[in-house]
Design a protein around this ligand. Structure first.
Ligand code: AMP
Ligand code: ZN
Length: 495
C-alpha cells in the first residue's frame, strides 16, 4: 500500500446506517459499481454531482494504494417512463421526438455525458458496460431467478415475485420500506394486469407490436427490465460479491432494493459489502430533476447561458462548490453559492501558487505540518469529508499567508511537505485544476522580471534592434504574457 492512512478509512454503509471500517473483500483490490446515466437526455448538474462524488471516492481509494476496478454502466434500454414497468422506453420516446434512431439518441447523449465528465476533470471508469451489450447475461440472470422460484412468466413477460421473495423477510432492506406499507399504498398503477401483485417488478417485458428496441429470448421478443442490467453487469465484471455499490439516494428504492432481491434470488447473497448513496442537488429547494423542469445543465453554467445565474462559472468552480458539502448532505445551487465558491477557490489557488516563492530556512516552522497532513487524511478517512478537508487546507493557507507577510517562520523541509501534500489533495484527490498561475501573476518577482524584459525590449527598440524586440514580445506571448505598446510605455497582461 502507498500510505499507512488506508487503515483508518471509514465508509458510511447505507445498508447498516453506520460508518464502518473499510475492509475490502480481497486484500488490496477494490471492486466498485456505480449506476450510470440513462443516456436519453443531457445529464443535468444533479446527475453530475453524483458522478463527481464517486470520482472522488475512486480517486481517494486509489490514492491510498488500492487497485480499484471502477465499473459504471450506461443505461441504454429498458428504463421506462416514471421508472415503472409500463409506458414507453425513455430512449425510444426521445428517438420518436427527435426523429432519430434509438441508437443515435444513445450515441448523442453518451458523447455529451463523456464531454461533461471530462470538463469536470473526472477519471473514466475502468469498464463502462451498456445494457444493450449484455442482453445474453440478463437472459441468463432471468433463467437463474426462474429456477430459484422467485419469478414467474405471464404472456411473454417475466416478473419478480416480491411477495414470495419476502417470505424470507428481506425485501426493501436498503430503503427500510415495509412490504405491508407498500401493499397498502399501491394500486395497480400501471394497469399491468399480468402481475400477480402490484409490487412485483419486470425482469423481461414482452415487446408490443410497435416497440422498436427488442431482442429474442426463450420467452419471445422483448426487452429486459431496468433493475436487471446492474445485477447482471456487476456480477460479470466484479463477481457475486464485491466491495462498493453506489448511486444517488433516489435509487435506493426501487432500483437498489430490487437489485438486492435479484442477487439474493440468484446467489443467496446481497451483492455488495458497502452500499453508498449520494444526496440530492437541489435548485430552488427542490430536487434537481428534468421531469419537474427544475434543472440546470453544466454547459449552461459554463457558458452563462441560463436564467438562474448572473455570470458564467467554470467547471473547476462548480466542482469546488460541490465539494463544499459532504456527499451525504443536500446541496442547493444558487448564484450566491457559486459566487462564494468562486471567491473561495480563487483565494485557495492564490495561496497554493504562493508557496513556491516563500522564504524558508532551517529553523522550526510555526506550524505543525505533520499534524496538519494527518488531519487532512483523517478528514478524508471520515467517510470522504470534503468540506472538512477544505477547511484544513484553508488553515494551512492562513499560515502560508503569514509566512509571506514575514509574520511566521517556515522550515525548508516543511515547505516541500506542504507543497507536495497540497498537490496530492488538490490535483490527485479532488481533481481540481490548479494552473491558475497561468492566468494570474501575483508574486512580486515574476512581475519585476517582466518589467525588466520590457525595459530591455524598449532599449532594443531605441537601438533599432527590432529582431530582438520582436523576439522578446513573441516569447513572452508564448508563456501567456501579452505586451501592449503605447506611445510612451509598454504594459502587459496575462492571457
Ligand atoms: P439517471 O440518469 O436518472 O438514472 O440518474 C443518474 C444518476 O444521477 C443516479 O445515480 C441518480 O441517483 C443521480 N441523480 C439524479 N438526480 C439527482 C440530483 N438532483 N442530485 C444528485 N444526484 C442525482
Ligand atoms: Zn443500477
Amino acid at each position: 500500500m502507498k500510505s499507512d492512512y488506508f487503515k483508518d478509512l471509514k465508509i458510511y454503509n447505507s445498508l447498516s446506517g453506520k460508518k464502518e471500517p473499510f475492509v475490502p473483500i480481497n486484500n488490496n483490490s477494490v471492486g466498485m459499481y456505480v449506476c450510470g446515466p440513462t443516456v436519453y437526455n443531457n445529464a443535468h448538474l444533479g446527475n453530475c454531482r453524483t458522478f463527481i462524488s464517486f470520482d472522488l471516492i475512486n480517486r481517494y481509494i486509489s490514492h491510498l494504494g488500492y487497485k480499484v476496478r471502477y465499473v459504471r454502466n450506461l443505461t441504454d434500454v429498458g428504463h421506462l417512463e416514471n421508472d415503472s414497468d409500463s409506458g414507453e422506453d425513455k430512449i425510444s420516446k426521445k428517438a420518436r421526438i427527435e426523429k432519430l434512431e434509438p441508437m443515435e439518441i444513445v450515441q448523442k447523449y453518451t458523447l455529451d455525458f463523456h464531454q461533461i465528465m471530462e470538463k469536470f476533470n473526472t477519471l473514466a471508469p475502468n469498464i463502462e458496460p451498456t445494457a444493450t451489450g449484455h442482453i445474453i447475461e440478463q437472459i441468463d440472470s432471468i433463467k437463474l431467478i426462474l429456477e430459484s422460484g422467485y419469478a414467474y412468466e405471464k404472456n411473454g413477460s417475466i416478473y419478480f415475485d416480491v411477495l414470495k421473495f419476502n417470505e424470507k423477510g428481506t425485501y426493501g432492506k436498503l430503503s427500510g420500506r415495509k412490504i405491508e406499507d407498500m401493499m397498502n399504498n399501491s394500486r395497480a398503477l400501471d394497469g399491468s394486469s399480468d402481475k400477480k401483485n402490484p409490487q412485483d417488478f419486470a425482469l423481461w417485458k414482452k415487446a408490443e407490436e410497435n416497440h422498436i428496441m427488442f431482442w429474442n429470448s426463450p420467452w419471445g421478443k422483448g426487452f429486459p427490465g431496468w433493475h436487471l442490467e446492474c445485477t447482471s453487469m456487476s456480477k460479470k465484471y466484479l463477481g457475486d460479491y464485491f466491495d462498493i455499490h453506489g448511486g444517488g439516494m433516489d435509487l435506493k428504492f426501487p432500483h437498489h432494493d430490487c437489485e438486492i432481491a435479484q442477487s439474493e434470488a440468484i446467489n443467496n447473497k446481497n451483492p455488495a459489502k458497502y452500499w453508498m448513496h449520494t444526496n440530492m442537488l437541489t435548485l430552488n429547494g427542490k430536487k434537481m430533476s428534468k421531469s419537474i423542469d427544475n434543472f440546470i445543465l453544466p454547459n449552461e453554467i459554463f457558458s452563462g447561458n441560463n436564467k438562474v445565474l448572473s455570470k458564467k462559472f467554470n467547471p473547476n468552480v462548480v466542482k469546488f462548490f460541490i465539494y463544499q458539502a459532504h456527499y451525504r448532505s443536500i446541496l442547493d445551487i444558487s448564484n450566491d453559492a457559486l459566487l462564494a465558491s468562486e471567491k473561495g477557490l480563487n483565494k485557495l489557488l492564490d495561496g497554493f501558487n504562493l508557496i513556491s516563492n516563500l522564504d524558508s530556512n532551517n529553523k522550526t516552522s510555526d506550524f505543525d505540518v505533520d499534524k496538519w497532513i494527518s488531519n487532512c487524511y483523517s478528514r478524508m478517512n471520515d467517510d470522504f469529508n470534503t468540506p472538512m478537508l477544505i477547511a484544513e487546507i484553508f488553515e494551512c493557507l492562513k499560515f502560508i499567508n503569514n509566512v509571506y507577510l514575514g509574520a511566521k517562520n517556515l522550515n525548508k523541509k516543511d515547505k516541500e511537505k506542504i507543497k507536495y501534500t497540497l498537490e496530492v489533495f488538490l490535483h490527485d484527490i479532488l481533481g481540481l485544476k490548479t494552473n491558475k498561475e497561468k492566468n494570474t501573476l501575483d508574486n512580486k518577482i515574476s512581475s519585476e522580471l517582466i518589467q525588466l524584459l520590457i525595459k530591455l525590449r524598449n532599449q532594443s527598440r531605441v537601438n533599432k534592434n527590432f529582431e530582438l524586440s520582436d523576439q522578446i514580445r513573441d516569447d513572452l506571448l508564448k508563456i501567456g504574457v501579452q505586451l501592449n505598446d503605447d506611445k510612451n510605455e509598454s504594459s502587459y497582461k496575462m492571457i
